[in-house]
Design a protein around this ligand. Structure first.
Ligand code: SAM
Length: 290
């Protein structure tokens, strides 16, 4: 029995169900229930929230979220070997836990949960960034989720919160900070996981803004930033030359020097340039339409 609930300690669960970790599914487990409880507390109010948990594994974080009072948890886990262990948790928390054996890339948090929905996960590192970008690129904004509390490899977390002028600043920083407030709230050392990864991890809290920080269209901004950061060391006047922009005029109007490198440009400047791109693309589309 653990100090968090009446269920067995996680090491015992792993031994009982023979849950060896698979690298291909990014399986690095948190086995200390005090640590998972401290992560669950970072989520804020749980009693009035439904939780979408990606990659529940043996259920350390799931148990903490439930023990601390989450209204409901939908635990999505792709590896079916973990389902019996998760069903054992369900036998204690019954109607507050739903378990789905599915690929999280194919499940929408809104399919089964009620607002406010909070996304919480110790993300599998191999698809963590992809899942995060999908949630950020929601076609509805503000999105259906009220917050995200996500564990990433530390290097990815640093890219999310990075400021211009730093090596970590890039597409992920721009998209995240355009639509959300983002903060690293906890660093978690490799030894907290089993098996022990080579690098540290960090938890990022993400709160959606009611409106994006600066006006721009998602498609124009993502395309612009994708091209700009394809060659980090090249000047923007070179990397953007195939876009329907008037260069260098549009760069200068956005406050950007044509010789600047992509990491020197602020979010506000990218958004301005994206609105020019959007207008000029629409103009080309209109004038070339039959
Ligand atoms: N939450 C558990 C913990 O903290 O100990 C496990 C976290 S482990 C880093 C990531 C989990 O995500 C693994 O259990 C893995 O099987 C699962 N996973 C990997 N890819 C997945 C996917 N596409 N959809 C759902 N779960 C996935």
């Amino acid at each position: 029995m653990s100090t968090l609930d009446s269920l067995p300690p996680l090491r015992e669960v792993i031994a009982t169900y023979g849950l060896s970790a698979k690298k291909s599914l990014g399986q690095n487990f948190l086995l200390d229930l005090n640590l998972t409880a401290s992560i669950a507390r970072l989520v804020g109010d749980l009693h009035n929230s439904d939780i979408f948990e990606v990659g529940a594994g043996p259920g350390g974080l799931t148990r903490a979220l439930l023990a601390l009072g989450a209204r409901k948890v939908l635990a999505v886990e792709k590896d079916r070997r973990f389902i019996p262990a998760l069903e054992q948790i369900r036998s204690v928390y019954s109607h507050r836990l739903e378990v789905a054996c599915a690929d999280a890339l194919e499940v929408s948090p809104t399919m089964f949960l009620r607002s406010p929905i909070k996304i919480v996960a110790n993300l599998p590192y191999n698809i963590g960034t992809r899942l995060f970008v999908n949630w950020l690129e929601s076609s509805d904004w503000p999105p259906a989720w009220a917050s995200m509390t996500l564990m990433f490899q530390r290097e990815v977390a640093e890219r999310i919160v990075a400021q211009p002028g730093s090596k970590a600043y890039g597409r992920l920083s721009i998209l995240s900070q355009w639509r959300c407030d983002t903060h690293i709230v906890k660093i978690v050392p490799p030894k907290a996981f089993s098996p022990t990864p080579r690098v540290a991890s960090a938890i990022v809290s993400v709160y959606p803004l009611s409106e994006p920080r600066y006006p721009a269209e998602l498609a124009a901004l993502t395309e612009l930033v994708r091209l700009a950061f394809r060659h980090r060391r090249k000047m923007l006047s070179t990397t953007l030359k195939n876009l329907p922009l008037e260069l260098p005029k549009d760069l200068l109007c956005a406050g950007i020097q044509p010789t600047q490198r992509p990491e020197e440009v602020t979010l506000e400047q990218y958004c301005k340039l994206a609105t020019f791109l959007q207008c000029r693309s629409a103009f080309i589309w209109k004038t070339s339409a039959p």
